[in-house]
Design a protein around this ligand. Sequence first.
Ligand code: M1P
Length: 237
Amino acid sequence: MNKVYIFDIDGTLTPSRLRMTEKFAKFFDEWSSKNKYYLVTGSDLPKTEEQLPIAYTDRAEAIFTCCGNQMWKDNKLVYDNKFELSTKLKNSLEVMLMSSQYKHRYGNHIEDRGSMVNFSIVGRNCTQEQREEYYEWDKEKSERKKLSTFLKHKFKDLDAVIGGQISIDIYPKGNDKSQILKHIWDKDNEYIFIGDGIDNKGNDFPLAESMNLKDNCSSYHTEGWEQTKQILEKLSD
Ligand code: M1P
């Protein structure tokens, strides 16, 4: 049985929205030339390419972006699920933006990625320092948790999940990372998924849950690239 790995990116292979660290890149260089793996992220392709060295995106069997709503293989788009941002959803997000207790707004709050929407109170144009500030504030106030619960309640056909540090990913119910399994499944393989959004019910949870129901599949929650490295080292023993 061949081992096939599936990785989330932000918080798993790289710090959130940052490039892979030199230390991990050094380790991953050898690892990725000997192992088969897929990438699955909430981000879009340009963000993924900013964060990972080109060799590691090239070596991946395929890259699933926008929570599995797009699949890229050999630099070509294989599929792209369309999701239209309705006026009702846009209005609700704008109301949330106006009513949040968080004091700062830096722009690009509603990012329409075509197959999903990313929503951020602080705004995607914030600096790294402003990002960290919001992240710490949100940890204390659980704003994103409350906003996603509200959205799921108001829009029964949608899912709203925390993916990274400052935002929420929104897409039609079921169009989550678990959808990638039907595109990669081979009964002769053993699949191993590593993500930082499993135990906390983030955007990696649906995939981990689906995998746990299947034979020859396992998932590991990680707290960051250091732990991912440890997991991979243990699995290659
Ligand atoms: O890949 C994880 C997440 O990365 C970003 O999240 P944030 O900016 O909140 O840290 C976003 O691209 C998000 O869509 C994605 O799920």
